[in-house]
Structures are given as structure tokens and as C-alpha cells.
Design a protein around this ligand. Structure first.
Ligand SMILES: *Cc1c(COP(=O)(O)O)cnc(C)c1O
Length: 374
């Protein structure tokens, strides 16, 4: 005993090796085609990717950008949100959600989350609305759509713009519609670890509003439609042709990969569901979860111990997120207290998940979890 680490390979929390091995010939061919065209910025690959993703999601317009962070920032800029404006969002997210709000000089207003879904608690949303509130950014955390009917209802009542942070939710659905297409603007990230990831940075904004799409297109290219006839203060946030070509190879697999993630999640649910002191993720009504992460809650202060014990046996896990955004140094002075997000940051543990995770590995992981929590 005690030699498990030697008897099987380490299990990383995220494993891209299988995918890369299988797609390598297609990827190399796609990259080679770009090299042969000699067009590296704003060419046919980006245009085709935008069309294909708009079709896939059922969005009117798609604007390729160089990251999910820029997608959020450009969405805010395109909507004219800036100094003096407030934007409501969740504290239980990756920093970039709030960072984009602050970057455009607006103020993030954090509303606590529903501990069952990890997403913005819409019952607390209306209380946060003031005369300065311009927008709300729900995040579909870990691939589970937020309560978008609640969000849209509150937004309509107060005339707010809804920007969905769908960085972790490519292909997720809410009441039959794709995440990112329910609000006014949807933002995606193609960071390599996301459900649809490039092999470098990338992002996209989708909308059905022609005006917002046009503005975003200008903003990403120095505020210009026609080169050297700049009309706005924009930035440089274009997606590379090579990354667009890689994403076009991967896009046809995205739906099947999400289905495989869902099957792996269902198996985890069976294997872990009965273990006391542990809460498995739920799929809320009307939502289709795409399990960017499979995140359990470990109760009774045992999370860090479990993580260390799993690490000992070569099982990688991750804590998303150990500090809720409102407690990070740049926002801590606001002094807000959001008990659900704070409690979750002490309880959450993300287990290995991905399209190529096999049942035997999941059984091994579940066995080790049960052994520790018993
Ligand atoms: C990844 C992520 C982002 C940022 O995307 P980048 O492409 O890394 O800039 C924003 N919000 C959430 C919720 C994310 O997970």
C-alpha cells in the first residue's frame, strides 16, 4: 500500500493531451493553410469563425476578440458604460468579470450568490439597483446558466443592459436557448482550458443588436471601420487568424465534448451522491449544464484536508475560487459582506473533468474521496 502514486499516472485536474493528440494532424493542416495565405490578422478564418459561431449559437452577430476579458470590456464600452455608472455582478467568479467593469471606470456592485447553483441570487438583485445602475453581468459559473428569467425580468423592470459572462458556458442552454444569447450581449473566452479553447488567448462577443455589434467591431480595431480613418478611441483586441483556424477545427466537436462532460458529471453524481458531508453540483430547472468544472462542496471544514489527501494519491483538484472577488485587495475596501460567496470559497473543490475522462479514473477518484470522508 501507499504506492498508488507509483502504480498509476497522476490525474491532472485538466488534461488536454488526448484532445491535442487526436486533433494534431487537422490543427497542423489548418495552421499551414494560414501560413500559405500569408494573412495573419482579420482575414477569412476570423470572418468564417464569426459566422459559424453566430449560427451555432443562434446569435445575430459575433465579433471575434483577443480574450474573454476584452469581450466584457468591449461590451461595456460599446454600450457606453463608464465613469459614474454601476454594474451589478456576482462576487463568485473569476476576477476578470469585475476587472472589466472597473477598467471602464464603472463601479462593480456585488450581489451574493445562490449556494445551490453558485450563480447570482436574483432574489437579491433588485435591492442592489440604484439610479446609477446601468447593467447587470450574470456569470454562468462552471458552465451552469444563471437564472436568466429572473435576471431579464429585473433588467426589464429597471431598464438595465444584460451582459452574460458565458466564458465558462460555451454550448450551455437555458430554456432551449444558448447561453450568451439571452441577454443583450454574450461574452465568451477561448482561453485554452475553456470548453471551446484555442491554443492561446481568444474571445468573442455575440449580440443580436446591430448597433452594438458595429461598435464592438470598431472598438477592437482602434475605433475604425476603415483603416487609418479612426473614429473612436478603441484598442487592439483582434483574434489571430491562426487561433481562428484552430477554433474552426475544434468547433464541430464542441457539442459532443459537452455531452461527454455531462456523462462524466452524471457518473460522478452516482458515485459521490451518497457520501455524507459532500454536496454534488445541481442542474437547475430549465438549464443545460456543460460542466466546465465539476465542483463539489465539502462541508465541515474538510475541504483542504480532502484536497491534500487527493494530491497525495496523485489526483489533481482545484479551488475556484479561494477568495471571492469582493474580498480581493482592490475591492476589500468596499467592506461588503456576502456570506454565501464567502462560505462557498471555503467549501468548493473542482474535480478532474473533461471530454476524455474515463469511468475507471472516475471510480478511482470517487473511491479516494469516499475513503477520506468516511
Ligand atoms: C476565463 C474567464 C474570463 C476571462 O477570459 P479570458 O479569455 O481569460 O480573458 C472571464 N470570466 C470568466 C467567468 C472566466 O472564466
Amino acid at each position: 500500500m501507499g504506492s498508488h502514486r507509483l502504480s498509476r499516472e497522476a490525474i491532472p485536474v485538466l488534461d488536454l493531451n488526448r484532445e491535442i493528440r487526436e486533433l494534431k494532424p487537422q490543427i497542423l493542416q489548418a495552421v499551414e493553410e494560414v501560413l500559405d495565405t500569408g494573412v495573419f490578422i482579420m482575414g477569412e478564418q476570423v470572418r468564417q469563425l464569426e459566422r459559424e459561431i453566430a449560427d451555432e449559437l443562434g446569435a445575430g452577430y459575433a465579433v471575434a476578440l483577443n480574450s474573454g476579458t476584452d469581450a466584457l470590456m468591449i461590451a461595456l464600452l460599446a454600450a457606453g458604460i463608464g465613469a459614474g455608472d454601476e454594474v451589478i455582478t456576482t462576487p463568485f467568479t473569476f476576477f476578470a468579470t469585475a476587472e472589466a467593469i472597473s477598467r471602464v471606470q464603472a463601479v462593480p456592485v456585488f450581489v451574493d450568490v445562490d449556494p445551490d447553483t453558485f450563480n447570482l441570487d436574483v432574489r437579491q438583485l433588485e435591492q442592489a439597483v440604484t439610479a446609477r445602475t446601468k447593467a447587470v453581468i450574470p456569470v454562468h459559473l462552471f458552465g451552469l446558466p444563471a437564472d436568466m428569467s429572473g435576471v431579464m425580468e429585473a433588467a426589464e423592470a429597471h431598464g438595465l443592459l444584460v451582459i452574460e459572462d458565458a466564458a465558462q458556458a460555451f454550448g450551455a442552454e437555458y430554456q432551449g436557448r444558448k447561453a450568451g444569447t439571452i441577454g443583450h450581449i454574450g461574452c465568451f473566452s477561448f482561453f485554452p482550458s475553456k470548453n471551446l479553447g484555442a491554443y492561446g488567448d481568444g474571445g468573442m462577443l455575440v449580440t443580436s443588436d446591430a448597433g452594438l455589434a458595429g461598435k464592438a467591431r470598431m472598438l477592437r480595431a482602434h475605433g475604425s471601420i476603415k483603416k487609418y480613418y479612426n473614429e473612436l478611441i478603441g484598442l487592439n483586441s483582434r483574434l489571430d487568424e491562426i487561433q481562428a483556424a484552430i477554433l474552426r477545427v475544434k468547433l464541430p466537436y464542441a457539442a459532443e465534448w459537452n455531452e461527454r462532460r455531462r456523462r462524466a458529471a452524471a457518473l460522478y453524481g452516482k458515485l459521490l451522491g451518497e457520501i455524507p458531508g459532500l454536496v454534488c453540483p445541481v442542474e437547475s430547472a430549465g438549464a443545460k449544464h456543460v460542466y466546465h468544472q465539476y465542483t463539489i462542496r465539502v462541508m465541515d471544514g474538510r475541504r483542504d484536508g480532502l484536497q491534500a489527501a487527493l494530491e497525495e494519491t496523485g489526483i489533481g483538484t482545484a479551488v475556484y475560487y479561494p477568495v471571492p472577488v469582493h474580498r480581493l485587495p482592490v475591492y476589500a475596501d468596499m467592506g461588503v459582506q456576502l456570506p454565501a460567496a464567502e462560505q462557498l470559497s471555503r467549501e468548493v473543490l473542482s474535480l478532474p473533468i473533461g471530454p476524455y475522462l474515463d469511468a475507471e479514473t472516475q471510480l478511482f477518484i470517487a473511491g479516494k474521496i469516499a475513503e477520506y470522508l468516511r
